[in-house]
Ligand binder design. Structure first.
Ligand code: NDP
Length: 307
């Protein structure tokens, strides 16, 4: 059955859109996507989401949002949208299950997925020492040596989190300054188990066929090559918008993000976007939630005016 508002994605943007659209009296169906609850389900403590003075775990925050969504009668479907047809007639979103979902309006909040380095050994040892999620895999590195690649909030948070398990953590960054929040940088500097390698890139991940053993490094100032022994490497170099299903159907920017105009409108009337799928600037849980709210208000207005 066609719902008034079909929402794709179950992170802060999708859930907030669902709450607002349902409370506006619209019938709402939400397709949860490949990672129900989104990226926050694989983070540890969230300390900057207002309303939780003591912090809250990412999974708990998303459980709470999901419960709030269900309270307003939203139908949550466990499926992943793999293609869409917005060319004519009611917009269609095709799920991996084969089900075709339609909505009088659609809010795309599919978020973003972890970026990889694309270097030799990375794919081969994924799950055997290479990871993009310290919260998921940190536990396996008790008393081991690990490296984290990146210089943003994610890399610094992951490095700090990994000291709960690992004996030593080497943060490898291609610049000599970090982009992470000052508070996180201070925690990193104060942590005796973390050591930083600046102006350095990882060129190869080597192992014994079963597990990661060594990283080959290049100093980008003088091109010198070195290596370090590690048991694991965590890649934390940002995320790419999850838009593969929308290629050709919506205008995308050069990074693959959905282009929005005048609030949350996309290049197709009645289709709106919110959160990391269209935001290359702020990328915070709270801004994704705010954009979800905006998208629901925009969709509600579209339905009142056009349907
Ligand atoms: P960012 O885009 O902020 O940072 C990515 C980092 O990875 C940069 O230091 C970048 O370096 C480096 N990098 C990118 N590509 C490569 C590459 N190919 N090889 C080596 N290094 C590379 O991503 P994050 O995931 O850290 O953060 C994403 C967003 O989520 C941010 O807005 C952040 O604020 C937010 N966030 C907030 C948190 C919080 O509030 N606690 C926690 C986690 C994330 P360079 O600068 O050279 O490109």
């Amino acid at each position: 059955m066609e719902s008034d508002v079909l929402i794709l994605g179950s992170g802060p943007a999708g859930y907030t859109a669902a709450i607002y659209a349902a409370r506006a009296g619209r019938s709402v169906k939400l397709i949860a996507g490949p990672q129900p609850g989104g990226q926050l389900t694989i983070t540890s403590t969230v300390e900057n989401y207002p309303g939780f003075a003591a912090g809250i775990s990412g999974p708990e925050l998303m459980d709470q949002m999901g419960a709030q969504v269900l309270k307003y009668g939203v139908t949550i479907v466990q499926d992943v949208i793999c293609s869409v047809d917005f060319s004519a007639g009611p917009p269609q979103c095709i799920g991996e299950s084969g089900v075709i979902y339609t909505g009088k309006s659609i809010i795309i909040a599919t978020g973003a997925t972890a970026r990889w380095l694309g270097i030799p050994g990375e794919k081969e040892y994924r799950g055997s020492g290479v990871s993009a999620c310290a919260t998921c895999d940190g536990f396996f590195f008790r008393n081991k040596s690990v490296a984290v690649v990146g210089g943003g909030n994610s890399a610094v948070e992951e490095a700090i989190f990994l000291t709960n398990f690992a004996q030593s953590v080497t943060l490898i960054h291609r610049r000599n300054t970090l982009a992470a929040e000052k508070l996180l940088q201070k925690r990193l500097q104060d942590n005796p188990r973390i050591h930083c390698l600046w102006n350095t890139v990882v060129t190869d991940i080597l192992g014994d066929g079963l597990k990661v053993k060594t990283l080959l490094l290049k100093n980008i100032d003088d091109d010198s090559i070195s290596e370090i022994a590690v048991d694991g490497v965590f890649v934390a170099i940002g995320h790419s918008p999850a838009t593969s299903a929308f290629t050709g159907a919506l205008e995308l920017d050069k990074n693959g993000g959905i282009v929005t105009f005048a609030g949350t409108s996309t290049s197709v009337p009645g289709i709106f976007a919110a959160g990391d799928v269209c935001d290359d600037v702020y990328k915070q849980a709270i801004t994704a939630a705010a954009q979800g709210c905006m998208a629901a208000l925009d969709a509600d207005k579209f339905l009142s005016t056009n349907i």
